[in-house]
Design a protein around this ligand. Structure first.
Ligand SMILES: [Zn+2]
Length: 553
């Protein structure tokens, strides 16, 4: 980073004492005018001074709280640019199994959960990696013993399949194969009995629908717990990519009736195909709704599905002959909606994964009148050069998820995603490095609950192009790696720029949204950073995580 500036703010600023002074080994302000500093003063939730530790000695008064973070590194609060924290509650019920690497770990985690519920109560889990079954197909047998005969439902990581216990099958009256209107399937063994593996929505719904749903109060508490977990990894804000749930606004209002949201949420509801003009007008009317730490702003759209499921939109079919059409069946209607939103000054974010989908989206956006409204494309999984060029020319922002690449594809291209695309298109996977080199704004995020939200690991993965803390895993297209600064920018300045906002820096007058890491993200091994403690997370100068035990009053 740039060296500390010569000029430091004299204090007391305009004659008033700060409420809080933060001291650290280094504060990466990401503000070119300030560079790196060692101390920040905060008043009324905003940064009022920056400088060296020596300067800070003169800042405080009797009422100023001082938090000395010692050797820690402070950065602007991290922004996850792609989240589903409310609709994700239903998917992410019970035990988070995403960290379990073998069946013993899965059994232990579920047995622990089962020990805390009644004999007939349900046990739930999510995020399960099917690789824990090795070469065997996933099945529900593991749940019967671990959950002590209770009904159990465990969602696999992709949310497209689940394993359930024998008791759950019995309660749902699932005894064998059935016909479904879509590709859903109840997997059975040689004698025709269900193995407990359920594929796709309709099959999963047979069991899910009899599992007691979370009550409204449970949803409120669950959301707070999820957002607190995010804050504990250094996240202070998120871009929410849907508002599917009928009660989403009521849930947010209920949280704020009892306290503050642990992170800020900018919520972009989803504009779907087939909306009538009346529905669309009502939908647009949601813009600007909000509370203390949440606001409805921007619109999400979705033009295709996913490569793994054969529902992406590719220029040429995948190796199984799939991914040939858009999810938004009439792309002209998509273009009409985007144009209408643009003319009303509403920024959009469109899910586009396949090369054809990305091309149609960026050409649609490039054709809009230049008015300063910043539009963005989500995912961008396989990107040809000619389409990348349109991003640059039209000033379109990108929003990408490093862990989708590092968790779900492999360097040797033997994974489902790469096999479906074939070599040439798989070699254009998650071109974060090329986009940054070309000058495109690239916001980073997790897509939680599709992938874990831990921002430290996501930043490390963007730098390493392999899962953090797994040095034995070969990197996927290492030439697409970004620098530590670029990765941090993806969670700070570029996250703001990607929605046409200014922020993500610790500048004079900026909100004091910041995080303190024990390990410096800009000056350490990325794996060490991924395992770093988060010592403090502040929003508007108020601690969300940490602080109490470190306060020198
Ligand atoms: Zn998403």
């Amino acid at each position: 980073m740039t060296p500390p500036p010569e000029q430091h703010s004299p204090l007391p600023v305009d004659g008033q004492e700060p409420d809080l002074v933060i001291l650290a080994r280094v504060v990466h302000t990401l503000d070119p005018d300030l560079g790196d500093v060692e101390a920040l003063a905060i008043r009324d939730g905003r940064i009022v001074a920056a400088g060296g530790r020596n300067d800070a000695a003169a800042w405080g008064g009797g009422a100023t709280r001082v938090i000395d973070l010692g050797a820690a590194a402070v950065t602007p609060g991290l922004v996850d640019a792609h989240l589903h924290p409310i609709s994700g509650l239903e998917l992410a019920r019970g035990v988070d199994l995403s960290g379990c690497e073998d069946l013993d770990a899965v059994s232990a985690a579920l047995a622990e959960a089962a020990a805390h519920v009644g004999a007939d109560d349900w046990v739930s889990g999510w995020g399960l990696d099917p690789n824990v079954f090795g070469t065997t197909e996933p099945h529900g047998g593991v749940l019967d013993a671990a959950c002590g005969g209770r009904p159990a439902f465990v969602m696999l990581f992709d949310a497209h399949s689940a394993i359930v216990s024998r008791a759950a099958l019995r309660l749902a009256d699932v005894v064998g194969e059935r016909e479904f209107p879509d590709a859903s399937r109840i997997v059975v063994d040689a004698s025709g009995d269900p193995t407990g593996l359920l594929l796709e929505n309709e099959a999963m719904r047979l069991v899910e629908s009899i599992r007691p749903s979370e009550s409204f109060d449970e949803r409120v508490a669950h959301l707070v717990a999820v957002l607190e977990g995010m804050a504990a990894t250094g996240i202070t804000a998120g871009h929410v990519m849907d508002m599917h749930d009928d009660d989403a606004i009521a849930v947010l209002e209920a949280v704020e009736a009892q306290g503050d949201l642990p992170i800020r949420l900018r919520i972009s509801p989803m504009c779907v195909p087939g909306m009538t003009d009346t529905e669309f007008a009502e939908f647009v009317g949601l813009q600007g709704r909000g509370g203390r730490r949440w606001t409805v702003e921007g619109v999400k759209l979705m033009i295709d599905g996913t490569i793994d499921n054969g529902t992406a939109w590719l220029r040429e079919p995948d190796t199984r002959g799939e991914s040939t059409s858009p999810l938004w069946l009439d792309p002209a209607e998509y273009a009409r909606r985007v144009t209408e939103l643009h003319s009303r000054g509403i920024p959009t974010a469109t899910h586009a994964i396949g090369d054809k989908a990305i091309e149609v989206v960026v050409r649609t956006l490039a054709a809009l009148q230049r008015t300063g409204i910043q539009h963005r494309v989500e995912h961008i999984e396989t990107l040809p050069d000619d389409v990348l060029a349109v991003f640059v020319e039209a000033g379109i922002a990108a929003s990408m998820q490093p862990t989708h690449c590092t968790h779900y594809t492999r360097a040797d291209q033997t994974d489902n995603w790469s096999v479906r695309l074939g070599r040439e298109r798989a070699d254009r996977a998650w071109r974060i490095g090329d986009l940054r080199t070309a000058g495109v704004t690239v916001a980073l995020g997790s897509d939680w609950p599709v992938a874990p939200y831990d921002a430290r690991a996501s930043i490390a993965d963007a730098i390493l192009r392999r899962p953090a803390l797994k040095p034995h895993v070969a990197p996927v297209l290492p030439e697409q790696a970004v620098s530590a600064l670029q990765a941090l920018e993806g969670y700070t300045t570029h996250a703001f720029a990607s929605i046409g906002a200014v922020g993500g820096t610790l500048s004079m007058g900026a909100p004091a949204d910041l995080v303190a890491f024990a390990v410096d993200p800009l000056d350490s091994d990325p794996d060490d950073f991924a395992a770093s403690d988060v010592l403090l997370t502040l929003i508007d100068g108020t601690p969300v995580i940490g602080a109490d035990e470190r306060v020198d009053a």
